[in-house]
Write a protein that binds this ligand. Structure first.
Ligand code: ADP
Ligand code: MG
Length: 640
C-alpha cells in the first residue's frame, strides 16, 4: 500500500502535489486573486465556508465576500493595496456567504510576485472563526456580568488583595460594611481593617500566610470600620493562583455578623439567667422545706426546755437547760436564715426613705469595717419611697458590708451608694421596667472568679475557712430582696473588686417616717444581762441606734447604778438572772425609785412561760431574744 502510494506520488510534479494539497484543505479557504482582485482559484475550504462551488465563483471579484458597508467604504481595494505595499494584509471582520449569511473571518492576504518582482496576484487565506469569536464574546459577557454582580453585592464585602496585602478592587458591600469609598481605599493595605491589638499581634500577615499555605483562611473576629467603630466579622480569604501555580493575590469575602453574634449572646445570657433562676428556685424549695420542718422540731424542743425550766430545782439544772436553750436558739437562727433565703419569712413592711434607714444604721456599718478600710456612704439626692422590712434590710446591708470587708484584708475603699434608677425591660434580671432604688455596696477587694460569682447566692456556698463563713449571707440577701419584689446583681472582677447592687421597686407615697434619727436626742440606756456575749451584742445594738450605753451584770449592781446616775432614761434587762434579783424584781424596785423610767424586759422565754413563773408582767414592755434592731426600735418607742 505504502509502496503504491509513494509510487503514485512520484508520478506527480511538485506543483501538482501542492495543488492537490491546497485543494483538499477544508479548514481554510485558500484561493488566489489576480492583481485586480478577481478570483482565479478555489479550494474545498473556500467552498465549505462561503458556499460557492469553483465554477460559479472563479472569475468574479473577491469583493462579493464583503458586506454592503465594507464594499461602500472601499475596504476590498484597501486590503489589496495594503498587501501590495506592506507585503501582508491581515484582518478580522464580517464576511458574507453565498446565501447572504455572515460569518466572522480571520483573513490574510499575501501578494505573489514572479522572479522579477512583478505582482502576479494575491494568495488569500480565510478562516471562519465565528465560533471562537462567539466563545470569546460569551466569556467577556460572563466576566462582565460577574464583575457587575460582585460590584453590586451589598451584603458581603468582596475585594481582592495583592500577595503583599494591597487592596486592588472594592465592591458596594465593602463600601457599605467598612465605610470606605473605592477611591480612598484601593491601594491601601488591608491591615487597616484590623483592630489595633490584632495588628500588634501580626494577624494580617498571619492571615495571608495561612491563606497562601493552605489555600484558605477563615475566621470570626472584630474588624474596624472607617469611623473607628467595631463590628464582628466573618472573614474568608482564598488564595488565587495562575495556571503555573504562581500566587496572583487573594480574594477576600467579609460579612458583618454583629447582629447574629448579639442575638447569640443575648440567647446565651437569657439561658444563663433562666438556669440561674431555676437553680435558685430549686434550692429555695429544698431549703425552705427542710428549714420549715426543722423549725417545727426546734419549736417542740424549745417548749420542752421551757417546761423543764419551770420545774428546775437548782442552779445546776438551770445551767444545763440554759445551754440547751442556747443551742436550740442557734438552730432556730439558722433555720430563720434559711427560711429567709427561701422567701418564707414573713416581712414586716413599711414605707421608707432608704437614705434615712441607712443613715440611722451608719454607725453599725462603720463598726463592721476596720481602720484600713475607707468607708464612704453616699445617700441619693431625694430618694424615692420603697416598701420594705427595715430590720431585714439592715441585716442584708450589714451582710454585704461584712463581705466587702472580708474581701479587703489589706484595706481598701468601700462605697455604699443609694441611687434612683429607671430600668428598661430585661436590664436587670426579670425586673419589670420602672423606677427602682438601687443600693450598692462596692469594694476594691479580691473580686470573685466567674465560677464563684455564679454560686455566691447559694446557701452554704462559701470560700471562707471553716468557722469564718457560713455561706448564708448572700443567700439571705437574695431571698429577702427577691421577696421584696427586687433583684440583686453581682459585678465582680478578680483582683479589682466587687459591686453588689440591690434593686428595690419604688412605691407611691411618702415614707411612714418611723426611723429615729440618730443623735437627735441622746438617751442613756442601762443594760442588765448576766451573759457577757449577749451584753456586748445588746450594747452594740443600742449604740448603733444612737443611745448612750451603761451596763450591769446583775440586779443589785443595776439598782446601785440607778441610784447613782439620774441620767439613765431606759432600763433594759434580762428576766432570768441566776444571782440575787431576777429581772422582774429589778424593774419593780427601779420603778419605785424612778417612776418615770422606761423599762423593757428581754427574754428568750416566751411571755406565757414567764407569766407562769413570775406572775403579772404585762405592764412592762417586752422583747423576745434574740432581738432584732427593728423590734427593739419599736419597743423603745412604745415603752412607757
Ligand atoms: P460567707 O460570707 O459566709 O462566705 P456569703 O453568702 O456572704 O457567705 O458569700 C458567699 C461567697 O461569695 C463568699 O465566701 C465569697 O467567696 C463570695 N463573696 C461574697 N461577697 C464578696 C465580695 N464582696 N468580694 C469577693 N467575694 C465575695
Ligand atoms: Mg458573708
Amino acid at each position: 500500500m505504502k509502496a503504491e502510494d509513494s509510487g503514485r506520488s512520484r508520478n506527480l510534479s511538485d506543483e501538482q502535489r501542492f495543488q492537490l494539497l491546497v485543494t483538499g484543505v477544508s479548514d481554510y479557504a485558500i484561493y488566489m486573486l489576480n492583481p485586480e482582485g478577481f478570483i482565479n482559484s478555489w479550494n474545498a475550504g473556500a467552498e465549505r465556508f462561503k458556499g460557492y462551488v469553483a465554477e460559479e465563483i472563479i472569475g468574479q471579484h473577491f469583493s462579493v465576500f464583503y458586506t454592503e458597508e465594507d464594499r461602500r467604504n472601499g475596504k476590498p481595494a484597501r486590503a489589496l493595496q495594503t498587501a501590495r505595499e506592506q507585503g501582508k494584509f491581515e484582518d478580522e471582520g464580517w464576511r458574507v456567504r453565498k446565501d447572504g449569511t455572515r460569518f466572522w473571518a480571520n483573513v490574510v492576504v499575501d501578494p505573489i510576485r514572479d522572479h522579477s518582482g512583478e505582482l502576479i496576484g494575491f494568495a488569500k487565506i480565510t478562516r471562519d472563526i465565528t465560533e471562537r469569536k462567539a466563545a470569546e464574546e460569551a466569556l467577556r459577557e460572563s466576566e462582565e456580568r460577574f464583575r457587575l454582580l460582585v460590584q453590586g453585592v451589598t451584603d458581603y464585602a468582596i475585594y481582592m488583595i495583592s500577595p503583599t496585602g494591597e487592596i486592588t478592587n472594592w465592591n458596594a458591600g465593602a463600601e457599605r460594611i467598612k465605610g470606605y469609598k473605592r477611591e480612598e481605599i484601593v491601594g491601601s493595605n488591608f491591615a487597616v481593617f484590623y483592630t489595633e491589638e490584632d495588628r500588634a499581634r501580626g494577624m494580617p500577615a498571619q492571615t495571608l500566610k495561612t491563606a497562601s499555605e493552605e489555600g484558605r483562611f477563615e475566621q470570626e473576629s472584630w474588624r474596624v470600620r472607617r469611623d473607628g467603630t467595631r463590628f464582628w466579622a466573618h472573614v474568608v480569604v482564598d488564595a488565587i493562583h495562575d495556571d503555573e501555580g504562581k500566587l496572583l493575590g487573594f480574594a477576600k469575602v467579609t460579612r458583618d455578623i454583629s447582629e447574629r453574634k448579639q442575638a447569640a449572646e443575648a440567647l446565651e445570657r437569657a439561658n444563663a439567667a433562666l438556669f440561674q433562676s431555676q437553680k435558685m428556685e430549686a434550692i429555695g424549695q429544698l431549703t425552705g422545706g427542710i428549714a420549715h420542718d426543722f423549725n417545727n422540731l426546734l419549736a417542740v424542743m424549745l417548749s420542752s426546755v421551757d417546761v423543764l425550766a419551770t420545774r428546775a430545782q437548782n442552779y445546776a439544772d438551770i445551767k444545763v437547760l440554759d445551754a440547751m436553750r442556747r443551742a436550740v436558739e442557734r438552730g432556730a437562727l439558722l433555720t430563720q436564715q434559711l427560711l429567709s433565703f427561701a422567701r418564707r419569712q414573713p416581712l414586716m413592711v413599711e414605707r421608707y426613705d432608704l437614705n434615712k434607714v441607712i443613715g440611722s444604721f451608719e454607725a453599725v456599718l462603720r463598726r463592721a469595717g476596720n481602720s484600713a478600710i475607707e468607708m464612704d456612704i453616699r445617700p441619693a439626692h431625694d430618694t424615692r419611697t420603697v416598701l420594705l422590712d427595715a430590720a431585714r434590710f439592715e441585716a442584708a446591708l450589714l451582710n454585704l458590708v461584712v463581705n466587702a470587708r472580708d474581701a479587703m484584708p489589706d484595706g481598701g475603699k468601700l462605697v455604699v451608694a443609694v441611687e434612683n434608677v429607671e430600668l428598661g425591660a430585661g436590664q436587670v434580671g426579670n425586673l419589670v421596667p420602672g423606677a427602682y432604688v438601687r443600693v450598692s455596696v462596692a469594694d476594691t477587694g479580691s473580686g470573685m472568679p466567674p465560677a464563684v460569682a455564679a454560686r455566691a447566692f447559694e446557701p452554704f456556698f462559701t470560700t471562707k475557712e471553716v468557722g469564718k463563713g457560713t455561706g448564708l449571707g448572700l443567700s439571705q440577701v437574695y431571698g429577702f430582696i427577691a421577696q421584696s419584689g427586687g433583684d440583686v446583681t453581682i459585678d465582680s472582677e478578680e483582683g479589682k473588686g466587687t459591686t453588689i447592687s440591690m434593686y428595690l421597686p419604688v412605691v407611691e407615697g411618702e415614707p411612714d417616717d418611723v426611723i429615729a434619727v440618730a443623735g437627735a436626742r441622746v438617751d442613756t440606756v442601762l443594760i442588765v444581762e448576766d451573759e457577757p456575749d449577749v451584753l456586748d451584742a445588746a450594747g452594740q445594738l443600742f449604740r448603733s441606734i444612737g443611745y448612750e450605753v451603761v451596763t450591769a451584770t446583775n440586779g443589785v449592781d443595776a439598782m446601785a447604778m440607778l441610784e447613782r446616775r439620774t441620767d439613765i432614761d431606759i432600763l433594759f434587762t434580762d428576766v432570768v438572772m441566776p444571782k440575787g434579783m431576777n429581772g422582774i424584781q429589778l424593774v419593780r424596785s427601779a420603778r419605785e425609785l424612778r417612776p418615770d423610767l422606761k423599762v423593757i424586759l428581754a427574754s428568750g422565754y416566751p411571755l406565757s412561760a414567764l407569766r407562769e413563773q413570775y406572775g403579772r408582767i404585762d405592764d412592762f414592755a417586752f422583747v423576745n431574744k434574740p432581738y432584732r434592731l427593728a423590734e427593739l426600735a419599736k419597743v423603745l418607742r412604745a415603752a412607757g
